[in-house]
Design a binder for this molecule. Structure first.
Ligand code: GLO
Ligand code: MG
Length: 345
């Protein structure tokens, strides 16, 4: 693998049955083992896990059982030539976390969430990874009056510190998202995530995972969100996908809604030499519900292909012409240079 080579990952939830809030499954379930065989065929080497993707029914199992099953999973990955990118505690599907986990009003719920996150670190190591991802799904409010937001920020820092204390090597990637499922989330942007990071006892181990669709939902350009993290050396991962404006979280194929925005995300990753860092390019994309079962992984293949084509576009961009136009402050012409290049003119 050369330093030019990107490594790609996705999560088992990215091959799904197509249910949405208005209708049931439209495709048969695919077993985890069958999903795994698809990874390599499609050009992916990394698997993103929720803690209960790796160990189903995790809440009913003891710590040692969870570790034993995670070790088993590591063997399965080894045999398939795959690597675990991270594990993420899936608080939001648990009734215990119905009104938030780290920021729940009930201190007992907060403690159980911290314990689950600590276990997730242990699990990540067993799976061969050194990172957990925290998407703060229900850490927020439906109505402002339901929680004390100032206390909530302190609670998030307390939780992060407790995890860092528990595990002296783990890296934590916070995945910002402004809303959904809640009206307001306490980490809506990478700025919020990294501000929290700086309040912890080891900011170097608390970074971010930028998801394109989440940034767009917050009204930001995803490449700028990435740049903010890259400037601090804290872009621990990405979830590339696309989003057609301020709608439900769409998780469309990368570049499917806004090719130029996708180009700019690849451009910023190239500028930072992201591939050489060994960090992963995760694709958090969802197949359209209309997709028939036998072609229900095209969203992953297409996103991968679009990413690689855009790497080529970035690397073949006429940088001399670009430099001249920048020096001349002729950004109208620069814009056309970009668009012509993207259109292959
Ligand atoms: C949802 C998130 C979700 C996370 C995943 C990893 O909007 O994007 O898919 O990325 O659960 O924590
Ligand atoms: Mg995501």
């Amino acid at each position: 693998m050369s330093s030019n080579d990107y490594r790609f990952s996705f999560g088992p939830w990215n091959i799904s049955e197509g249910a949405d809030p208005f209708g049931p499954n439209v495709r048969p379930s695919i077993s985890f083992a069958d999903k795994l065989t698809r990874y390599k065929e499609m050009g992916f080497d990394g698997v993103q896990f929720h803690d209960d993707d790796a160990v189903p029914d995790i809440l009913s199992k003891s710590h040692s059982q969870v570790m034993a099953e995670s070790r088993e999973m590591k063997k399965v990955l080894d045999d398939a030539g795959l690597v675990a990118e991270f594990s993420a505690p899936r608080f939001w599907e648990d009734n215990d976390g119905i009104d938030g986990s780290f920021t729940a009003n009930d201190p007992a719920v907060r403690q159980r969430a911290i314990d689950r996150a600590k276990q997730c670190c242990d699990q990540a190591h067993e799976l061969g990874s050194n990172m957990i991802v925290l998407w703060f799904a229900r850490e927020g409010t439906y109505i402002r009056e339901a929680k004390n937001a100032i206390a909530a920020y302190d609670q998030l820092v307390e939780a992060l510190d407790a995890i860092l204390d528990h595990d002296p090597t783990i890296e934590i990637a916070i995945e910002p998202k402004p809303n959904e499922p809640m009206d307001h989330n306490y980490a809506p942007s990478i700025g919020h995530a990294l501000a929290l990071s700086h309040r912890t006892k080891d900011p170097s181990r608390v970074g971010g995972l930028i998801e394109s669709a989440h940034a767009i939902l917050a009204g930001f350009d995803p490449s700028d969100e990435m740049a903010f993290a890259l400037a601090e050396n804290k872009l621990f991962s990405v979830h590339l996908n696309d989003q057609n404006g301020l709608k439900y979280d769409q998780d469309k194929s990368f570049g499917g809604a806004n090719l130029r925005m996708a180009f700019n995300q690849v451009r910023i990753l190239e500028k930072a030499n992201y591939a050489a860092t060994g960090r992963w390019v995760g694709l958090d994309v969802k197949a359209m519900r209309t997709q028939k079962a036998e072609v229900a992984d095209l969203h992953l293949l297409n996103s991968h292909k679009i990413f690689m084509n855009l790497v080529e576009k970035v690397r073949t961009f006429d940088t001399e012409a670009e430099a001249k136009l920048i020096a001349d402050r002729n950004y109208e012409a620069l814009e056309m240079l970009v668009l012509d290049h993207l259109m292959g003119c």
